[in-house]
Design a protein around this ligand. Structure first.
Ligand code: NI
Length: 180
């Protein structure tokens, strides 16, 4: 079932999501709904808080692109946690379904190690770099009430975009004019 995506101004986006302590049918339904909603909105990632559920669940789906590692892969991670991040960082352009109409420049670690569990409660550990690492950092921020607009490289490094292009995180291909 499609869920409504909440947008900036909604206080829930500023709250810390709760840890998942039991894998229930309700959680499975939420995950299925998140996948459906993310596809409908053409997002590459979605956190449960964005559909109004303060649960530590993220979904990341790397678009099909032969030049991007992990392209076409979908990750569903419960209680995601960054346990290691590279000191090396790089700027990239991000958008967010909860910040409609804008993209902005954010500095992120080039690589991260993420720990959590899959939808069946099995522990997982992911080594990520580049685009995938960026999307995971963005989604895990959501679980902690942080939005990319809190992390702009400078207050003026944010630009309006056409509706529907917001979630083109690291929009090198989607919004070439914005990539310096
Ligand atoms: Ni977002």
């Amino acid at each position: 079932m499609l869920r409504e995506v909440i947008v900036v101004g909604d206080p829930r986006l500023r709250q810390r999501s709760r840890k998942i302590t039991a894998i229930t049918p309700k959680i499975q339904t939420l995950i299925d709904d998140m996948v459906e909603t993310m596809h409908q909105e053409n997002g590459v990632g979605l956190a449960a808080v964005q559909v109004g559920e303060l649960q530590r669940i993220i979904i990341v789906e790397i678009p099909e692109d032969e030049n991007v590692p992990l392209s076409g892969r979908r990750f569903i991670v419960l209680n995601p946690e960054i346990i290691k991040s590279s000191r090396a960082t790089e700027p990239g352009i991000e958008g967010c379904l909860s910040v409609p109409g804008y993209v902005g420049e954010v500095e992120r670690s080039v690589s991260v190690v993420v720990r959590g569990m899959n939808r069946h409660g099995k522990p997982i550990r992911l080594r990520l770099k580049g685009f995938a690492a960026r999307v995971f950092q963005h989604e895990i921020d959501h679980c902690n009430g942080i939005l990319y607009i809190d992390r702009l490289t400078a207050p003026d490094r944010i630009w309006p975009v056409a509706a529907g292009e917001e979630e083109q995180i690291e929009a090198a291909q989607a919004v070439p004019a914005l990539v310096a």
